[in-house]
Design a protein around this ligand. Sequence first.
Ligand code: 1CP
Length: 349
Amino acid sequence: MSDKAERLVVEVLKGRAPVGRIPIWMMRQAGRYLPEYRETRAKAGSFLDLCYSPELATEVTLQPIRRYGFDAAILFSDILVVPQAMGQKLWFEEGAGPRLDPIEDGSGVAKLDVSGVCDRLAPVLETVARVREKLPRETTLLGFCGAPWTVACYMIAGKGTPEQVPARLFSYQRREAMDALIEKLIVASVDYLVAQLKAGADAVQIFDTWGGMLTDAQFERYVIEPTRRIVEGVRHIVPQALVIGFPRGAGVRLPDYFVRTGVDGVGVDWMANRAFVRDRVQRIGAVQGNLDPMCLVAGGENLDREVDDILEAFSDGGFVFNLGHGIVPETPVENVERMIARVRGRHVV
Ligand code: 1CP
């Protein structure tokens, strides 16, 4: 048996399904819903101090694995460390979220430096290596980055916004500057993902949380093409690299995204039509998702029913159980236990 033969998430991404049982992990699985996370976070001081401390970031990455035995660990960091490594000012306001010094025009883009990204992110890469060393042999380790469009949304607005109005406006008013920004993010993302894979990640996930905000033509230009180029660039250096794409809100664009970007699996949000995903998406490759994080907050029989429906829809093909987006801090830990028990109780032949 090869070293990675029993890592179930890897097997599913390689198209070897069914693999005995449905693997499971959760987006944002290390986070404020866990008391042990809140404790380590308090010790670290700020959120960014936690991201840049290999010792503490390793600890919080491993916490959900120890507690629940998830099939995958995801590196503890944030998508916004990349713009910071390119020279943009970043800070987190307690209770409010990320803040950046907004990019206003082409001169703001021109100042960004992609050449030293991996040097500046050395502590995060050190975390990847340390986690791999401490992780059970059968647990998949996932690295990640934000997709260019989603990272650009925060770089332009300087904060989270519900409909990405600043970035959408920028894309029309300053098309060349937008293209230049996306280009820089492609280059930085390839370097960063390659470095994570070399440090010990089994696969990487590209988070495109705001991809669903775009017109068809923009989805093509800012989501599909940049993601395709990242996948191609990473595989040029690491030919067997496994990649999961998560274009949240892609809806009917998912098959096109899947085929044309060349990713091995796609994350599916909770809004997706299950029959469509099963018939049109899962035949292309692995699917991951799609439990509504609010259903996990509510728990009870609704949760059981949703878990069953999701397994019913997807367990005949390549599938990784997950949420349709990140777990929220209000989620009771008992509900997470209930969900895992229900998924694990289901065996696949
Ligand atoms: O106080 C805290 O502890 C900060 C909360 C927090 C956490 C736990 C933030 C701030 N980021 C993270 C970790 C994180 N972020 C991970 C770690 C691995 C995991 O457990 O999944 C990952 C993969 C991310 C990715 C991320 N950050 C995304 C893409 C995925 C998604 O959730 O949509 C985005 C959009 C961000 C930006 C960000 N960072 C943090 C917040 C609160 C936000 C969203 C801001 C907003 O849009 O308002």
